[in-house]
Design a protein. Structure first.
Length: 214
């Protein structure tokens, strides 16, 4: 069976580092994001490095689009064996400027639609090798009001990783999260995409911890 890693919330940061690492380890990479031009460039970059890659377009706030994208990937690339949920609404906005509606809309992307993706992929995951990796953040531990909505989301991801890990134990599907406690930048010695990709690979291959704080 072809080994496929699907990354929801693809971009030049965390997801590119994860895609590179898994691709170099023999995985076919499937990327999902809402902007097709960006996806084409990312896929081309990976292919130029000798990595088999493809994409599907979806807005992570819309469950029906996530499901359609995962279906397309299954049909054209292969069934997802490793799901990486990296989607988040990144915005600088004081918590006092939020409304119940804005928090709810952000939560759909930041947390709730993890469930949409998980429910779609788990029937095809092989027991013992199927894995779900969630991108966490230091805001879950040290929230700041300027990123209030995102902090709530990352706290939700941290909690959800634990709940899903226990819920999927019987199916022998691993769930883990990396709490990234810094700003991801290409020139950062620790928090660059490739170093973070290595951490995801360690989490995936070790399967010893539900959470790694990095």
């Amino acid at each position: 069976m072809k080994k496929v890693v699907t990354i929801i919330g693809a971009g030049k940061g965390v997801s590119l580092g994860v895609a590179r690492k898994f691709g170099k380890e023999g995985y076919t990479v499937a990327l999902i994001a809402r902007t097709e031009d960006k996806l084409k460039k990312l896929v081309q970059e990976l292919q130029n490095e000798g990595i088999d890659a493809g994409y599907a377009v979806a807005d992570a706030s819309l469950p029906e689009e996530i499901e359609a994208a995962l279906k397309k990937i299954k049909e054209l690339i292969g069934a997802t064996q490793v799901l990486v949920y990296n989607a988040a609404r990144l915005k600088a906005s004081s918590i006092l400027n939020e409304t119940s509606e804005s928090l709810t809309e952000d939560f759909k992307i930041n947390v709730a639609n993890v469930i949409t993706a998980v429910k779609y992929v788990i029937p095809d995951m092989e027991p013992g090798s199927g894995s779900i990796l969630l991108t966490g953040g230091g805001l879950s531990i040290h929230p700041i009001p300027q990123y209030g909505s995102l902090a709530i989301g990352k706290a939700g991801i941290r909690n959800l990783a634990v709940s899903l890990n226990h819920a999927l134990l019987a199916k022998r599907i691993y769930v883990g999260t990396i709490t990234i406690s810094g700003i991801v930048r290409p020139d950062d010695e620790k928090y660059n995409p490739d170093k973070i990709g290595e951490e995801y690979w360690k989490l995936f291959t070790g399967k010893n911890d539900i959470e790694v704080i990095y």
